[in-house]
Ligand binder design. Structure first.
Ligand code: NAI
Length: 362
């Protein structure tokens, strides 16, 4: 296995550099594994963030994705009040993966080589079985099957619950409603998070409009939650109270924002804004945007609890931070006339900065 730590010069020349501390490029010929492990900021603790298994056109694309995602993890973990820094891994292969266990075991060896400075877990394209393979080689991994009465396993239902609490907070703030009964929510993407979110929304008497590329998933939501069917292209522009992106990033941009009819955008997808300025476009249009890394922190809260040995009660208590942080962001955005993503970034950066002197002294 070849593991290259990018030199400070190479690192600072990358367009997505954003003050990353360390970045590693990994390749393992026998398994075909290629990986980037990015450690953005370890002021609050070891860098924690999932491992994404994706197809990239070239190594530069993978590098850019890893850097963008790991910075978001620093902000997400800080806003969720976790004693963890921000990091992320992306893995890919230039040939079909024949032995997935060997592939992820090789990734586990790369994680182990960082001696605990990076903790991995599931992300898009990876699942519990993959983390079991990673755990053959390292203990710096979470998202493993839950032990009785302890947090663990697939974090998606926890992510969905955090998003549900966040939607309730946004509806209270923007629409002055204290429950979700009758609230219309459009959900784009009915995967692990989107499906679990629909279940909670349906139980709260919200009415649903849904779409997914996979028609079986749509049919299931129609049958189980009396959801109305939309299309992947149109679902976020439906005449609803809340648009909940739970599929892709980059869906809020100068073309899509003018088409929104919802008063609130609040969903699980990472990197929803195409660029930071799109948050201001949403504000000017009168749309309340729940910053993605604040509302979708439920999964990392569970992962942190599993890794740090916290209880289920600890997880449930910490999930309450999500609506509280959103309320603070919404209020500050209102009185300072600033986009919610700008307010969130400033709050997260302030939390990180607060720890700088302690680190320098130590
Ligand atoms: P998933 O892969 O289980 O589900 C994604 C779903 O979106 C799939 O059903 C897919 O067919 C559908 N989809 C893809 N493109 C679409 C489109 N254009 N229109 C409609 N549907 C489309 O992923 P998961 O785990 O549910 O995650 C969803 C989003 O939430 C991702 O952006 C992920 O990064 C983010 N997220 C997930 C967390 C988790 O705990 N799983 C934690 C934090 C963020």
């Amino acid at each position: 296995m070849h593991i290259e730590k990018l030199s400070p010069n190479r690192l600072s020349s990358l367009p997505a550099f954003d003050d990353h501390e360390e970045v590693y490029v990994v390749s393992d010929r026998p398994t075909g594994l290629k990986a980037v492990i990015a450690l953005h900021n370890t002021i609050l603790g070891p860098a924690a963030g999932g491992c994404r298994f994706w197809t990239y056109a070239n190594d530069e694309d993978a590098l850019r994705d890893a850097l963008r995602l790991s910075k978001a993890m620093s902000f997400k973990n800080a806003m969720a009040g976790l004693p963890l820094g921000g990091g992320k891994a992306v893995v890919w292969s230039e040939r079909p993966v024949r032995d997935r266990t060997a592939f992820f075991s090789a990734f586990g060896r790369a994680v182990q080589s960082l001696k605990g400075r990076y903790i991995t877990a599931e992300d898009v394209g990876t699942r519990t079985d993959d983390m079991i393979a990673v755990a053959r080689e390292t203990n710096f991994v979470a998202g493993l099957p839950a032990k009785a009465g302890r947090p663990g396993g697939n974090p998606s239902p926890r992510t969905a619950h955090g998003v549900f609490l966040g939607i309730a907070a946004a509806v209270k703030f923007a629409l002055a409603r204290t429950d979700l009964s009758g609230t219309k929510v459009a959900v784009q993407g009915l995967g692990s998070v989107g499906y679990a979110l629909c279940k909670e929304l349906h139980a709260a008497d919200a009415s649903l409009v849904v779409a997914d590329l996979d028609d079986d998933r749509v049919q299931r939501a129609v049958a189980e939650f009396s959801a109305k069917r939309s299309t992947p292209e149109a679902v976020l522009f439906e005449d609803v109270d809340v648009a909940a992106p739970c599929a892709l990033g980059g869906i809020l941009n100068k073309e899509t924002i003018p088409q929104l009819r919802a008063k609130i955008v609040a969903g699980a997808a990472n990197n929803q804004l195409d660029n930071d300025h799109d948050g201001e476009l949403l504000r000017l249009r009168g749309v309340l945007y729940a910053p993605d890394y604040v509302i979708n922190a439920g999964g990392i809260i569970q992962v942190a609890a599993e890794y740090l040995g916290w209880s289920e009660d600890d997880v449930n208590d910490r999930l309450k931070v999500i609506p509280m942080s959103l309320q603070q962001i919404f209020e500050e955005s209102n009185w300072r006339h600033l986009a919610t993503n700008t307010v969130a970034d400033t709050l997260a950066q302030t939390k990180l900065n607060r720890h700088l002197p302690a680190r320098a002294a130590g």
